[in-house]
Design a protein around this ligand. Sequence first.
Ligand SMILES: Nc1ncnc2c1ncn2[C@@H]1O[C@H](COP(=O)(O)OP(=O)(O)OP(=O)(O)O)[C@@H](O)[C@H]1O
Length: 278
Amino acid sequence: MQILSTPDAQSLAADLPPFLEIDRVSKIYPTPKGDAVVLDDISLTVNEGEFICVIGHSGCGKSTLLDMVSGFREPTRGEVRLQGKRVTRPGPDRMVVFQNYSLLPWKTAYENVYLAVNAVYPDKSKAEKTEIVRKHLTMVGLDEAANKKPGQLSGGMKQRVSIARALAIYPQVLVLDEPFGALDAITKEELQEELLKIWGQHTVTVLMITHDIDEALFLADRIVMMTNGPAANIGEIMEVPFSRPRDRAQMMEDPHYYTLRNQALDFLYGRFALADVE
Ligand SMILES: Nc1ncnc2c1ncn2[C@@H]1O[C@H](COP(=O)(O)OP(=O)(O)OP(=O)(O)O)[C@@H](O)[C@H]1O
């Protein structure tokens, strides 16, 4: 506040590009039956440090959209910019956590994280890299399991390793593609709380796909609700007004919670319900 009160600082802030911009992005896949327009003219601006959840029916193009932020796919039209710089390929400033963990099965939890840190920070000393790995495994509560391989870990523990690995790179943006979709309800709630704690400690902007409205309401600052494909777009953006740190029980006692929940349900199962498929 103080800093922005000087005219110079004000004009500096005004000159800065938005943190993350999805600017009139469309994605068209060529198919044997002709071009398939999956996403049509999507625009979204995300502030630094925001937590965004994206919801929408299966196949509407959520992964395609976030893949264009992570750089795994290129927009057919439009562009994604991070701090004014066009995204054209994956990079360590944007880390992704998938539902299926994608850990190397023959490496321990420690080694999985170390490999990523070593690949991005080859010039750091071994002691520094070890410190980063240890710190992030501790952060996700995995000190004890550091020397176990993925096959010896539960689904929740594997996802903790994936999150530690992504954050150990110190990305600016963390893309989470249904990270808790395969977990049981209790583990999922535990990991949601840990994710919020970690997000509070790191300066990281999160974009997360979920099918779970309660998860989105608990985690997000804004929920981006997508219309159905083909040619999907953003149908509505819901601001989630609950203060942080959030307390799940307290939130669920707030009548406003149910108003928002019903609004999201109405969007998905009323206005944008999927037609019955034969
Ligand atoms: N490489 C590709 N070529 C052609 N079509 C594709 C390709 N990749 C994805 N699609 C199609 O694009 C559409 C959107 O897929 P996408 O995986 O982005 O959806 P989604 O909303 O993430 O789905 P889900 O919630 O089931 O993961 C789907 O109809 C899918 O079949």
